[in-house]
Write a protein that binds this ligand. Structure first.
Ligand code: PHB
Length: 389
């Protein structure tokens, strides 16, 4: 009897032990959904590199949980994003979703985040309305109204009066057009053309011809990272850089990922943005050097910073919840985080779950043989102005 009791006690310990062991070491899974192929692949490449760098610098053990990142390619196709998000939540039991290279992908994942109470960290997409569509969205990228309104204010102060807008015909482009327009009209400016171009595989030539015909002082541009490279190529091929029409815009047009390959046609372009690789701060210097070293000299762009800061927000939330991290508690611990990002000081507005940050005015300059977005002015602590609309 005694022997049997001992034996059964041993058996139950033996059975329980692996359970205990797995419970303690249960990984904390992050489902990272990015466009790794297709027209937005540069966004995926940048964010993947930044997530890897963050983990290399900060370890993969947070509050007793081993961090495991499950990277999935949605090709920038929202139907894929939705299917993958579903699989990650139901099949892989991820605790957090993250990534979202473009607005339609973020929007497609929102319902899944809400139903499953899974925090979804938007590292790239930038349409104002995204975060309000699920209480589980938290954003570490930026919004188009933040950059576009700041650009319009600067243009008004710098003797530009007559404008044309040229934007990609979807969420962030519509946001950019609206915010820019509202502000220039308020400042007594004139809008002589509003041009919308297709998001995928656009041929910009006919649209650029229209800009030329309208003869504005400046054309304000938003094209997403990736297709923006084609835009810049056609802009100079069509000689618009020499037409006297100034190119201004959201900083995606002089994307740090590609800027140095654009050539001298890009020199002098003024944009408003939240991040430049050339941002002068010790935190950014360290970030850029580490990123370069880990990625064969590749420059981090704004997408990389959105990914890097997104990981920071997730790590700190997991620490704050002492590794327990249910969806609601994690979101609560993401709200209000304040820190110094490579882009400068940022905070996650507890009310909107959106990022508040400085927006810089930058001019492309050649320094030490390379092209950089050199920041020369800043508007501090910009909240998303799109929220009021
Ligand atoms: C977006 O789809 O929200 C988006 C994508 C690329 C950008 C900016 C915004 O550069």
């Amino acid at each position: 009897m005694h022997r049997r009791k001992t034996a059964s006690a041993l058996v139950s310990i033996a059975l329980a032990w692996p359970l205990l062991a797995t419970a303690q070491a249960a990984p904390f899974k992050i489902g990272l959904i990015l466009p790794m192929t297709g027209p937005f692949a540069s966004t995926g490449r940048q964010i993947e590199a930044a997530v890897n760098l963050y983990m290399a610098q900060n370890g993969t053990n947070v509050a007793g949980r081993r961090i495991e990142v499950l990277l999935k390619d949605d090709q920038g196709q929202p139907e894929q994003t939705k299917r993958i998000a579903q699989e990650l939540v139901v099949g892989d039991k991820v605790s957090v979703l993250a990534g979202f290279g473009i607005t339609p992908s973020a929007l497609a994942a929102g319902a899944i985040a809400t139903q499953s109470k899974t925090p979804a960290v938007v590292m790239a997409a930038a349409t104002s309305a995204i975060v309000a569509t699920s209480p589980y969205f938290v954003r570490t990228s930026y919004t188009l109204p933040q950059t576009s309104r700041t650009m319009a204010e600067w243009a008004g102060k710098n003797k530009m009066k007559k404008f044309v807008t040229l934007v990609s015909d979807y969420g962030p482009g519509i946001d950019a057009e609206k915010s820019f327009k509202e502000r220039v009209l308020l400042d007594g400016g004139q809008l002589v053309g509003e041009i919308r171009v297709p998001v995928r595989s656009p041929d910009f030539s006919p649209f650029l011809q229209r800009v030329r015909d309208l003869q504005p002082d400046a054309v304000f541009v938003f094209i997403p990272s990736g297709p923006a490279a084609t835009f810049m190529k056609q802009f100079s091929e069509r000689g618009l850089d020499k037409s006297g029409i100034k190119l201004i815009g959201d900083g995606g047009v002089t994307d740090d990922d590609l800027l140095d390959s654009m050539g001298d046609e890009a020199v002098g372009i003024v944009t408003a943005f939240h991040y430049s690789t050339a941002h002068e701060s010790p935190v950014n210097k360290k970030f850029v050097e580490a990123f370069n070293t880990a990625n064969k000299g590749m420059r981090p762009n704004f997408m990389a910073v959105g990914g890097y800061d997104g990981m920071r927000v997730i790590y700190k939330a997991l620490e704050a919840t002492k590794g327990n991290g249910g969806g609601e508690d994690l979101v609560a611990a993401m709200k209000g985080q304040t820190f110094e990002s490579p882009r400068g000081p940022v905070f996650i507005d507890a009310q909107t779950r959106d990022i508040v940050q400085d927006i810089y005015i930058r001019r492309v300059e050649r320094r030490n043989g390379k092209l950089w977005n050199v920041e020369f002015d800043a508007v501090k602590g910009v909240k998303d102005p799109g929220k009021a609309n």
